[in-house]
Design a protein. Structure first.
Length: 295
């Protein structure tokens, strides 16, 4: 039987807006930010939903499509701003309760505000490009220009949701946008297609947690990280280089010998926050150390 070809997503070119259209886009994004800041989480029902929240998510998606175009790389990069509903990773008799939905929705709203502010920054840069389009630039000047580093950080994780959320909140506190794969829309893509679509980052944090067990044939099973975590670790090491990948280890687990050259930091205590801040700074990112110490 012939195997079906994997689905692919066509990336459309970014919209070319006039200066007036860019200004209107910036204002529309500000309107969405104002609506997010004014949303009353007490309107959420027991399952974390409300008609107003659904309408707001739709409005954000429509605004991003108007500003950047549907199926463009910029749209994919910012589309998580429309993910306002909280989806628990598991269910039990006491989880999730209504206050879990409230807290999760509040965190999603804060992340959405950061994303929409990033969308405004992108449009302001486009507007500046219009203003300076007539200024000639020499090839020497172009050689000396360093591309701005993305504030998006890919977070590779296993089943330890506590570790994932702790790292994501810390990155947001420092002004970074954590990219968590399961929060992104599938759109018919495989896992690796999603990693490639959302992996346009300049730094990755990999959480090594004892989620699985494994051993050599005939050996004693030992705790180890999930196989997808090791696969994505290898992907980002190859794509970004070791200097732009920070591995954080929680608990006792086996580290494959192939990754013995990877420097990892223990998540015991709070010293990992300073270590991650140093790695981000060494990779060229600006770090507010006051926020690191308060983390």
């Amino acid at each position: 039987m012939a195997r079906a070809k994997p689905s692919t997503t066509t990336v459309a070119p970014k919209l070319k807006l006039t200066p007036d259209q860019i200004q209107r886009g910036i204002q529309r994004l500000q309107d969405r930010i104002t609506e997010l800041e004014g949303f009353d989480v007490s309107e959420l029902n027991g399952e974390g939903d409300s008609p107003k929240l659904t309408a707001l998510a739709t409005s954000i998606q429509d605004t991003l499509e108007r500003c950047f175009g549907e199926n463009t790389s910029v749209y994919y990069r910012l589309s998580s701003a429309a993910n306002l509903h909280f989806f628990p990773g598991y269910y039990s008799s006491d989880y999730p309760l209504r206050h879990h939905y409230v807290t999760g929705t509040q965190e999603n709203i804060q992340q959405s505000i950061l994303m929409l502010a990033e969308a405004q920054r992108t449009l302001r840069e486009d507007l500046a490009d219009h203003d300076h389009a007539a200024i000639p630039v020499s090839s020497t000047d172009l050689d000396n220009v360093k591309p701005a580093l993305s504030r998006r950080v890919f977070v590779v994780h296993g089943h330890d949701e506590g570790a994932r959320e702790t790292v994501a909140r810390f990155l947001m506190q420092l002004g970074f946008e954590p990219i968590i794969l399961h929060e992104q829309a599938n759109q018919g893509r495989t896992v690796m297609e999603k990693v490639e679509a959302h992996g346009q980052v300049d730094f990755a944090v990999v959480l090594l947690t004892p989620d699985d067990e494994g051993c050599a044939k005939g050996g004693k099973p030992e705790p180890r990280a999930r196989q997808n975590v090791l696969l994505e670790l290898g992907y980002f090491l190859g794509r970004l280089g070791r200097a732009k990948v920070c591995a954080l280890k929680r608990g006792t687990l086996e580290i494959p010998s192939d990754f013995a050259g990877v420097v990892w930091e223990s998540m015991e205590g709070n010293s990992w926050k300073q270590a991650l801040g140093r790695e981000l700074e060494a990779a060229g990112h600006e770090i507010d150390w006051n926020k690191v110490m308060r983390g």
